[in-house]
Design a protein. Structure first.
Length: 204
């Protein structure tokens, strides 16, 4: 890729080795690549945080306050992308959802792709009925001012979310988990969304 500023060839770095100009992000760069970590669900939180801080410093707009207009725009774009990577990859469930999105957009034949929409819609009648009952208990406890019951309900929901995080780790192994594992992970994410809304209500 040629440098946009001096047209030097081979500027596949953050900065052009010839003129030092900040370069745009590579085309098709995913959020794992933004932070420079391997694509996959399993991540070391401390390493993610370290990579985020390093990349955030490298692209912080204040470092480019006296640069050209184009370089300032590139810094803003890359800084925003680093912040997005930190937000989405720092949370296990958001990381799992993003990984499924990346994999679903890959080059696999369509029939093998998991239905990522399952992460947004839950079709299990028993689970939906159970969550409706939990929400009713939350409303009753809140109306009665029963802080102890609300705390118990919140603890139970938090425990189930922690179990889902563990389940995602067991399913999403490596950079390209098999389609069956992706579908199961997508269903877990759908369940997690229900639990997160109930937990927010219990803590609200």
């Amino acid at each position: 890729m040629a440098c946009w500023s001096c047209q030097a060839a081979g500027s596949a770095h953050d900065r052009c080795p010839s003129c030092g100009a900040l370069q745009p992000a590579p085309a098709g760069e995913d959020l794992f690549a933004v932070l420079g970590v391997p694509r996959g669900f399993a991540q070391d939180p401390a390493e993610l945080e370290r990579r985020f801080r390093d990349r955030a410093r490298a692209f912080h707009p204040d470092r480019f306050a006296r640069a050209s207009g184009r370089e300032r725009r590139i810094a803003l774009e890359r800084s925003a992308r680093v912040n997005e990577a930190h937000r989405r990859l720092g949370s296990p469930r958001q990381r799992a959802a993003y990984l499924l999105e990346v994999l679903a957009a890959g080059d696999e034949p369509q029939p093998c792709r998991p239905d990522v929409s399952e992460a947004r819609a839950v079709h299990d009648p028993e689970l939906l009925e159970e969550q409706l009952a939990v929400r009713e208990r939350i409303e009753v406890a809140r109306a009665a001012g029963d802080a102890e019951e609300l705390s118990r309900l919140a603890d139970g929901l938090s425990g189930r979310l922690a179990a889902i995080d563990g389940g995602l780790g067991e399913l999403l192994v490596g950079a390209a988990p098999p389609p069956e594992a992706r579908r199961a992970a997508s269903r877990l994410l759908g369940e997690a969304r229900l639990l997160e809304r109930a937990l927010e209500a219990a803590r609200g």
